[in-house]
Design a protein around this ligand. Structure first.
Ligand code: NAD
Length: 432
C-alpha cells in the first residue's frame, strides 16, 4: 500500500507550489476576456467567477495491509443554472482544488456551447492510482462517492470518466449510489459499462466529434485534396480520428505520434497496419508503416491539418512559429498555450478550440443520460448522427459569431458559452 496523502503532506505540497493555480488563473482570464468581448454585466460576471459549490472530502480507506490511508478529494460544481452539473472524475497525484475549479468552469462553457442542458462540474482525488491495488481502488471510489452522496445524482451532478478513471469506476459509483437509494440509478454517471446502460458510441464519440469539425474546418478553408493530416497523440481520441478519416479516399494521415515517438509518410501511413501493431503491443515508433521521426518534430511537419490529441501545452512559444499546418483542431484539452495562440493567430493559422473540437464526448454523455432517463436505449447510429448534427451546428454558430465580433474561433466559442450561462442566470433571476 502506498503512503496516503496525509493532510500534513498536502499542506506542505501546497505551500511549495500551489498545484493548479495557473489553470485557475487562466480560466479566470478566459472568462474576463469573454465578458469583455460580449460586454457582459460586471456583477453577473463576478458571480459566475465563483463556483456554486466546491466540496473537499477526506477519503479514508482500509489498505490491503490492514492500516487506514486517507486521501483528499474534491467535487466542484461551477454552475447548475442550465441543468445539473456534468463533468469527469480524475485520479492524479497532481490533482488540486484550483485545477478542479478551472476544469469545472470550462465544462460550463463547453456544455453551453454545444447546447446540452447541463452545468459544469469536475471531481478529483489526489492519489497515484498505479500504487493502488484493484481492491483499494474500488474502496477509494466507493468511499469518495458515498462522501458526496448529498450533492450528486441524476438531477444534481452527473459524474463521468476522466484521467485514470473509466467504465469500471463509473460502475462502482452507480452501484454505491443505487445501494444507498434502494433501487438502480444509472443516470448518476455516464461512461458506465454498456451492460448497465452505458452507450456503445461513447468511446469513439470524442474522436468522431474531432473528425467532424476537422472536415468542416477543412471545407471552409478549401484545403487540398488529398487532405494531409498529422495527429500528435494516438490514444482514444487520436486513433479514432485517424481511423475515421483514413476510411475516406481523399485523406492521408501523414504522421502520428505517441509519448514514445512518431512515424510519418507524406503519401499516407497505413492506418490499419498501425492499428494491428498497436493492438499487438507495439508503440507508434515500432509500427511497420512509414518512416520513424522525432516525436515533437511531428508538430512542425508539412501537413494541412494538425490535431494535437495528447497533453496540455504541446504547442507553445518555442514551436508555434514552426507549425506548417494551416488549421489546428484541438483534440486535447488546452494543447495550445496563450503565447502560442497569439503567434498562430498572427501567422493566419486557424485554431479550432478544444471546447468545440472535443465536445463530442460530453454530447454523447448527454445522450447516454437521456436514454437512461427515458429508459429507452437508442441505436449507436442514432447517437452518432445526432452528435454530428449538433457539432456541425455548434461549429456554424462559432464561425458566425467570430465573423460578427471579428475575433478568433476560440474567443467566439468562449463568448457563446459564457453568454449562454449569463443569459440563463438573467432568465431565472436571483433567489430570494
Ligand atoms: P489517451 O490516454 O487514450 O491517449 C493519449 C495519447 O497521447 C497516448 O497515445 C500517449 O502515448 C500520447 N502522448 C502522451 N504524451 C505525448 C506527447 N508529449 N506527445 C505525443 N503523444 C503523447 O487519452 P485520450 O482519451 O485520447 O485523451 C487525449 C486528450 O484528449 C486529453 O487531453 C484529454 O483530456 C482530451 N479529451 C479526451 C476525451 C475523451 O473522451 N477521451 C474527451 C475530451 C477531451
Amino acid at each position: 500500500m502506498p503512503s496516503a496523502t496525509s493532510d500534513h503532506a498536502d499542506a506542505a505540497a501546497l505551500d511549495a507550489d500551489p498545484p493548479g493555480l495557473h489553470a485557475w488563473a487562466d480560466a479566470l482570464h478566459q472568462l474576463q476576456a469573454a465578458a469583455e468581448l460580449e460586454q457582459l454585466d460586471e456583477d453577473l460576471v463576478a458571480m459566475i467567477a465563483v463556483p456554486r459549490r466546491a466540496v473537499e472530502v477526506a477519503v479514508p480507506i482500509r489498505s490491503d495491509g490492514g492500516g487506514v490511508a486517507t486521501f483528499t478529494g474534491w467535487r466542484v460544481q461551477h454552475s447548475s443554472t442550465r441543468g445539473p452539473g456534468k463533468g469527469g472524475l480524475r485520479y492524479h497525484p497532481g490533482a488540486s482544488l484550483d485545477e478542479t475549479k478551472a476544469l469545472a468552469m470550462l465544462m460550463s462553457w463547453k456544455c453551453a456551447l454545444v447546447d446540452v442542458p447541463f452545468g459544469g462540474a469536475k471531481g478529483a482525488i489526489r492519489c497515484d492510482p498505479a500504487q493502488l491495488s484493484l481492491a483499494e481502488r474500488e474502496r477509494l471510489t466507493r468511499r469518495y462517492a458515498s462522501e458526496l452522496l448529498p450533492v450528486i445524482g441524476p438531477n444534481r451532478d452527473i459524474l463521468a470518466p476522466d484521467i485514470n478513471t473509466g467504465e469500471r469506476e463509473m460502475g462502482w459509483i452507480m452501484d454505491t449510489y443505487s445501494a444507498v437509494h434502494g433501487h438502480p440509478v444509472g443516470t448518476c454517471v455516464t461512461g458506465k459499462p454498456v451492460i448497465v446502460g452505458g452507450s456503445s458510441a461513447r468511446r469513439s464519440a470524442t474522436g468522431l466529434g474531432v473528425a467532424t469539425v476537422l472536415r468542416t474546418a477543412a471545407r471552409r478553408q478549401r484545403l487540398g485534396d488529398p487532405l494531409r493530416v498529422a495527429i500528435a497523440g494516438y490514444g482514444n481520441v487520436g486513433r479514432t480520428v485517424a481511423e475515421l478519416l483514413a476510411a475516406d479516399d481523399d485523406v492521408r494521415i501523414v504522421a502520428v505520434s505517441d509519448v514514445a515517438g512518431a512515424r510519418h509518410d507524406p503519401r499516407g501511413l497505413d492506418v490499419a497496419t498501425l492499428g494491428r501493431a498497436l493492438d499487438g503491443g507495439a508503440t507508434v515508433a515500432d509500427a511497420p508503416t512509414g518512416e520513424p521521426c522525432a516525436r515533437d518534430a511531428l508538430l512542425e511537419i508539412d501537413c494541412d491539418v494538425l490535431v494535437p490529441a495528447a497533453v496540455g501545452g504541446q504547442l507553445h512559444a518555442g514551436n508555434a512559429d514552426h507549425v506548417r499546418a494551416r488549421v489546428i483542431v484541438e483534440g486535447a484539452n488546452g494543447p495550445t498555450t496563450r503565447e502560442a495562440d497569439a503567434i498562430l493567430h498572427d501567422r493566419g493559422v486557424v485554431v479550432v478550440p478544444d471546447i468545440l473540437a472535443n465536445a463530442g464526448g460530453v454530447v454523447a454523455s448527454y445522450f447516454e443520460w437521456v436514454q437512461g432517463v427515458q429508459a429507452m436505449p437508442w441505436l449507436g447510429r442514432d447517437v452518432s448522427e445526432r452528435l454530428v448534427e449538433r457539432l456541425e451546428a455548434a461549429f456554424d454558430d462559432v464561425v458566425a459569431h467570430a465573423e460578427r465580433r471579428g475575433c478568433t474561433l476560440r474567443d467566439a466559442a468562449l463568448g457563446i458559452g459564457v453568454r449562454r450561462v449569463v443569459d440563463a442566470h438573467v432568465a431565472r433571476g436571483l433567489y430570494p
